[in-house]
Design a protein around this ligand. Structure first.
Ligand code: IPE
Ligand code: IPE
Ligand code: MG
Length: 238
């Protein structure tokens, strides 16, 4: 199962406490820690977290630097834990605009966790889904239209996803907004969407379990008609 999360609401969480936005982002990192463990325990195979969108570059420089600083410290603190929990860390998005120390740390964490088999944890940094789709489209180079799954592989290559991720099954967005904000547009074609008002720093293991329970109650049809229930089938045969 592939779950993706738009971790939104750090700024509002901080504002509600008269704190600066950076304090909200620090609290957000604690939620990341909790949700990554919860996802691994719940049997999620791939977890993609939206940490920084390409449009987030338009934020004040101090906030952008604070976010990247937090990301680097998160990796320094968490890489060993990922190794022991068999979690494979991977960054998707553009790499060429990141600072050299951050990029070194990202690649180092990817290398050290490459053997992780329990869960593929993808963190989207300087990520734009529209850009990924354009990049992947370029790779087609006039070839006959690829099968959908082949296009997922091309998207994976465009994003530096190793391995490429399957389509998203469940997309969670915290913070109350009901939009995708340029996240996994292609991959979410048949995703179940789960929007929750809870601000990201307050999202915890219980909130994650609630989202999974809601997902389990959804009926996915992929354009087909609903499979008849066992009882209805029996009645029809009588
Ligand atoms: C999400 O929280 C974190 C990032 C986008 C990096 P926000 O910083 O967007 O928080 P709000 O939406 O302003 O509350
Ligand atoms: C989406 O949140 C990006 C991340 C969570 C990293 P934003 O706060 O940037 O999205 P908008 O601006 O509300 O659409
Ligand atoms: Mg936001």
């Amino acid at each position: 199962m592939h779950t993706a999360i738009i971790m939104d609401g750090n700024g509002r969480w901080a504002a509600a406490r008269n704190l600066d936005r950076q304090a909200g982002h620090r609290a957000g990192v604690r939620a990341v820690h909790a949700v990554v463990r919860a996802a691994a325990r719940c049997g999620v195979d791939t977890l993609t977290l939206y940490a920084f969108s390409s449009d987030n570059w338009h934020r004040p420089r101090a906030e952008v630097e604070a976010l990247f600083g937090l990301l680097r410290r998160y990796l320094i603190a968490e890489t060993d834990r990922c190794i022991s929990d068999s979690i494979r860390l991977n960054f998707i998005g553009r790499r060429e605009r990141l600072t050299a120390p951050l990029l070194r740390q990202l690649e180092h964490s990817e290398r050290l966790t490459a053997g992780g088999r329990r869960m593929h944890l993808r963190i989207a940094v300087d990520y734009s889904s529209r850009r990924s789709i354009i990049e992947a489209g370029r790779q087609l180079q006039g070839a006959p239209l690829a099968e959908m799954t082949d296009f997922l592989a091309l998207l994976g290559a465009a994003d530096h996803s190793d391995p490429a991720a399957p389509a998203v099954d469940l997309l969670i967005r915290t913070g109350g907004e009901r939009r995708l904000s340029d996240f996994l547009l292609w991959e979410c074609a048949y995703a179940e969407l789960y929007f929750v008002d809870c601000l990201w720093p307050d999202f915890d293991e219980t909130a994650f379990a609630t989202a999974l329970e809601e997902y389990a109650r959804r009926q996915r049809r992929f354009g087909r008609i609903a499979a008849p229930s066992a009882a209805a089938t029996t009645a029809g045969q009588a």
